[in-house]
Design a protein around this ligand. Structure first.
Ligand code: NAP
Length: 544
């Protein structure tokens, strides 16, 4: 049947939501609030997604906590107390559980249910969602809320499975914790995750060996407590805070400085940067001159400023040089925020191994072997990143019209419309999908806009008795080209980071061949585009 008339009896539910992390819970709330028949499938035994998994010590927000919470429930905003400016993982998981109970979302979630794939069936206009163990569920719409950083990647080195002690990726940190006191611990990787974990565990372990390949630019987080009085004041300003985030390109409270790098003297710039460096959070990155993202001279001068800070903080000058990136400027990769990270290297029990000088040869029964040395370890922690953004999709057997595999469609890089829809994959709604704003924006601020847009679209279909949606070929082509064009403007296009699809542990993705995986136009622009599509009655979509 393909005449718009569809037999509702064939569906088990109207919408299947996959994943109950930050975006899945938001989607569920809005669907339930509309009375839509919905089922959520969650591979874990609990909600939380990234905040369920990442239990490594030091794991916390780099967004101001009060800008990370959902904006759509006055009740939640009124009742929840963020206790720290950059809230830690256990508290963030508590928050998501609190929201789940408060908004009564748990009854539609099937836990311990791992989706393996989803196949579009044109004759019934339904998705058949396949679940590990052989079961399936049929729905009209499929909303994927898979997260962007939910497919961890391990180093491709010899012997990785032979190590006799505990070893794990930070994403799979043991759920019941692990006692590292008195242990010889090795950490591989110095991205945002690595630096949080390294700084947190250094004081408690017998010895910490950090295996660093390319250093990153890190700046201080500046965490602090939020008292009851401060929280009351924040609550009274929630409207103002969310309004500020809505006009900021990054969806944070930080606004770029618009005076212009070149309009100030070097001395004025330096004074400004001293102020920024002392501020908490991403001010140093996102409240900086816009030129640092696009202008080599501006970027080099600011990078030199941050390099001086590293030299001031690390006592051993040779070691300080190893910690300063030489292959990329500040902020072209996502900036990891740290708490006493550089000071860790002034401790007697911490050693940095520079893998550029002495590459890792393999993992042995008792530790890690480099070209120079065998390191005896009790525990190995891999903070080695993710098959970011597209990985969670490409792991699944998602088949659209005519049995097309999504992974095949994206073999040379993702192709989407608005980061939300994919041609030949009707009725698939991705939240935080490739080419959306999610990776460049404070996550909840970005996904709320996407979920709102999806709700508007579903309302439109329902109002008009329609059951099928798909972007036109032209709309998708133009979006892919626009996303690529936005990369061209930014120094970031040259960086080897998950922002450009780089991952040294995935064959073919090692050398930083740019994949246009994210929308870089800023959240206000993204929202404006979404609104324009909605108010044109979705002209760029084929609806029937
Ligand atoms: P990442 O930024 O991709 O960093 C991975 C690190 O592992 C890099 O230092 C990389 O070195 C190293 N590495 C990978 N494979 C290796 C190998 N085979 N041998 C040696 N080193 C290897 O991953 P991440 O630190 O997990 O951060 C990913 C993103 O998660 C962040 O950018 C951020 O968006 C998010 N995050 C956020 C927070 C927060 O504060 N809210 C905290 C943690 C993470 P190379 O650079 O040389 O490849």
């Amino acid at each position: 049947m393909d005449d718009g008339r569809v037999d509702d009896a064939v569906t088990d539910t109207e919408v299947v939501v996959v994943g109950t992390g930050v975006s899945g819970l938001a989607a569920l709330h809005h669907l339930k609030a509309r009375g839509v028949d919905v089922v959520a499938l969650e591979r874990n035994p609990d909600v939380g997604g990234t905040w369920y998994h990442n239990r490594y010590p030091g794991c916390r927000f780099d967004s101001e906590s009060y800008t990370y919470g959902y904006s759509f429930s006055q009740e939640v905003l009124r009742e929840w107390h963020w206790k720290e400016r950059y809230s830690p993982q256990p508290e963030n998981l508590r928050y998501l559980r609190f929201v789940t109970e408060k908004l009564a979302l748990r009854d539609v979630i099937r836990f311990n249910t791992t989706v393996t794939g989803a196949h579009w069936e044109e004759s019934t206009r339904t998705w058949v969602v396949h679940i590990e163990g052989g079961r399936s569920i049929r729905s009209r719409f499929l909303m994927t809320c898979l997260g962007m950083l939910s497919t961890p990647t391990m180093p491709r080195v010899d012997g990785i499975d032979t190590f006799e002690g505990p070893s794990f990726h930070t994403f799979d940190w043991p759920k019941d914790g692990i006692d590292l006191r008195g242990k010889r611990v090795g950490v591989v990787g110095t991205g945002a995750t690595g630096v949080q974990a390294i700084a947190a565990i250094a004081p408690e372990v017998a010895s910490l060996t950090v295996f660093q390949r390319r250093p990153n630019w890190h700046t201080p987080l500046g965490n602090s407590e939020i008292t009851v009085e401060e929280m009351a004041e924040i609550r009274s300003r929630y409207d103002e805070i969310f309004a500020l985030c809505a006009v900021s390109p990054g969806g944070y409270v930080h606004q770029p400085d618009r005076r212009g790098f070149h309009s100030l003297t070097a001395e004025q710039r330096r004074r400004f940067w001293e102020e920024l460096y002392a501020q908490p959070g991403f001010a140093v990155w996102l409240a900086n001159f816009r030129e640092i993202f696009v202008d080599r001279e501006a970027n080099a001068e600011f990078s030199a400023f941050v390099a001086e800070k590293v030299r001031e903080r690390v006592h051993d000058p040779e070691l300080a040089e190893k910690l300063i990136p030489k292959d990329h400027g500040f902020g072209v990769q996502r900036v990891p925020l740290e708490t006493n990270y550089y000071e860790v290297y002034n401790r007697d029990n911490v050693r940095l191994v520079d893998l550029q000088q002495t590459p890792m040869v393999g993992v042995t029964l008792t530790g890690i072997k480099t070209t120079e040395e065998d390191f005896e370890l009790d525990v190995i922690v891999y903070a080695t990143g993710f098959d970011a953004i597209t990985g969670p999709y490409e792991q699944l057997d998602i088949r659209g019209v005519g049995g097309r595999l999504l992974k095949d469609k994206w073999v040379d890089g993702p192709e989407t419309y608005l980061g939300l829809l994919v041609r030949h994959f009707p009725n698939l709604l991705m939240v935080a999908g490739p080419q959306s704003s999610s990776s460049s924006v404070n996550f909840p601020r970005s996904i709320e806009a996407q979920v709102d847009w999806c709700m508007g679209l579903l309302d439109h279909l329902r109002r008009n008795g329609l059951t099928r949606l798909e972007p036109t070929a032209e709309a998708e082509r133009e979006w892919v080209a626009y996303v690529a064009h936005l990369y061209e403007k930014l120094l970031m296009r040259e960086a080897r980071s998950w922002f450009t699809g780089y991952n040294s542990n995935i064959p073919g993705r090692e050398h930083g061949q740019v994949r246009h995986v994210m929308f870089n136009g800023g959240q206000p622009k993204y929202r404006e585009i979404l609104d324009a599509v909605a108010s044109s009655d979705y002209r760029e979509l084929v609806l029937s």
